[in-house]
Design a protein around this ligand. Structure first.
Ligand code: SF4
Length: 456
């Protein structure tokens, strides 16, 4: 079995990302969706409507994010946005963009008027020289800058996204200083993930000995300037006192399943020894092949608790850039209602409600500290289950008795909790809530037709 890092699936819960199409008028040298542009169409409107309608009926996602290549180029974007606004029950509508089209104030106003309230703008250089070289489009820095100014003027949420490569690694502090006057809600820094050039033929991967000090400098400057920051895919131990800014979660993406086949895998030689091994991904396999394991550069924090293979990905709430964190995970009233009153009646607490597209997990904890997870999966009829309700297969896992507690009575109490919870869920499940076990949500229709291969 591969380690957890090797199985990493980039799924953040409560946020839904939809790929409208894969065209772009920039040509960033690191673009990780170039392969996507060649292979994948966006999500069809019908499939999108279905996902939005599902959310309208059984809310799981608080935000929908539109992306692709450059989504602001797509004429049909506003059709998607309108439908999401009217039917999806989302709190926020976000676009991920290179910002160039937002330089046109009338267009920016149109986007905001249709309900887009968050703009996640790619900015990969602190000046035109670096940004235009990276995007291979002269003027792209100036356009993105005007676009970001327009977003601010319109009162929408502005966030920036910077992909860390050899092209900008030495000027990250300058980038923070450049962006600071715009007061973005957050600056994100995503380490480059090779998805086409696994051998790093483009020479974009930054050696960790260089990236670590550069990132720490940029994060320190952001801190001094009062800017929030977030980092993805950088080893946590390289971030020093800013390790808590690492967040490797990603939205749930409506995209073709095959897209994840090209997603790189991760590993760290210190995985079993490091306290942060569950939240930190370590290094990508292409990086390790090129630079080695960086044994001396990565510094594990000695574990104080035994390493446990994580069962699921991270359970986090919906992104909340204005408050610098996430919504509480437990705020899912329709799902919480399935077990309402169970914990109180049995003298335990419902400690967590973890919901994603595939699974709903309730965690109950006794006063002595023992716990059990009750999981709801989509009803299948052909796998073992503790019970089946109209919509779900129910199962339990991770029954853990607290040290020093009376094991027999703790088990008896948790068994009673499970029994009552199953009864309640069976009675209350009227088939209105849904789970979906597929990863990508769209099938073969999302692939572009490839030209026929000519016989030699
Ligand atoms: S030692 Fe490995 S797992 Fe621990 S923080 Fe560093 S890269 Fe991450």
């Amino acid at each position: 079995m591969q380690s957890y890092k090797g199985r990493f699936e980039p799924t953040r819960f409560e946020d839904l990302t939809v790929t409208v199409d894969f065209h772009c008028h920039s040509a960033c040298r690191f673009c990780i969706v170039q392969e996507g542009m060649n292979l994948f169409r966006g999500v069809s409107f019908d499939r999108f409507k279905q996902a939005v309608d599902d959310n309208g009926k059984a809310p799981r996602y608080r935000r929908v994010t539109f992306t692709g290549g450059e989504v602001t180029l797509e004429k049909k974007l506003l059709q998607y946005v309108d439908y999401a606004r009217e039917h999806g029950g989302f709190d926020h509508i976000r676009v991920q963009t290179n910002g160039r089209r937002l330089a046109d104030m009338e267009r920016a106003k149109e986007f905001v008027a249709h309900g887009i309230d968050e703009f996640f703008v790619s900015l990969h250089g602190h000046n035109a020289e670096v940004q235009d070289y990276t995007s291979q489009r002269e003027g792209s820095f100036d356009e993105a800058w005007r676009g970001m100014q327009n977003v601010k003027e319109l009162g929408a949420v502005l966030m920036t996204n910077t992909v860390l490569t050899t092209m900008n690694a030495d000027t990250l502090t300058e980038l923070v200083e450049t962006v600071a006057p715009l007061e973005p809600a957050r600056m994100e820094f995503w380490n480059y993930l090779p998805m086409e050039d696994y051998g790093d033929e483009r020479d974009l991967l930054v050696p960790m000995q260089r990236l670590g000090p550069a990132m720490r400098g940029a994060l320190r400057r952001a801190d001094e300037l009062g800017l929030r920051a977030l980092v993805k895919y950088v080893p946590r131990c390289l971030l020093g006192e800013y390790g808590h800014l690492l967040d490797n979660t990603q939205p749930d993406v409506v995209i073709v399943e095959g897209f994840y086949e090209i997603y790189p895998r991760f590993a760290c030689i210190w995985e079993a020894k490091c306290e942060h091994a569950e939240s930190c991904l370590g290094l990508t396999h292409p990086y390790i092949e090129k630079f080695g394991w960086d044994r001396a550069t990565l510094v594990p924090v000695p574990r104080t608790t035994p390493w446990q293979e994580p069962i699921d990905g991270a359970s986090v709430g919906s992104d909340d850039p204005l408050r610098g964190g996430s919504h509480p995970i437990a705020h899912h009233p329709d799902w919480a209602a399935l077990v309402e009153g169970v914990a109180e009646a049995e003298g335990v607490v419902l400690e967590a409600l973890m919901l994603d597209r595939r699974r709903c997990t309730f965690r109950f904890r006794t006063p002595a500290g023992s716990s059990v997870d009750l999981m709801l999966n989509r009803r299948s009829d052909d796998r073992p289950a503790l019970a089946r309700t109209q919509s779900f297969d129910l199962a339990y896992r991770s029954l853990e008795v607290a040290p020093n507690a009376d094991a027999a009575s703790e088990r008896a109490q948790l068994s009673a909790v499970l029994r009552v919870a199953v009864q309640q869920i069976t009675a209350r499940d009227k088939g209105e809530l849904m789970l979906d076990e597929r990863k990508g949500l769209v099938g073969a229709e999302a692939f572009r037709r490839q030209p026929p291969v000519r016989p030699d």
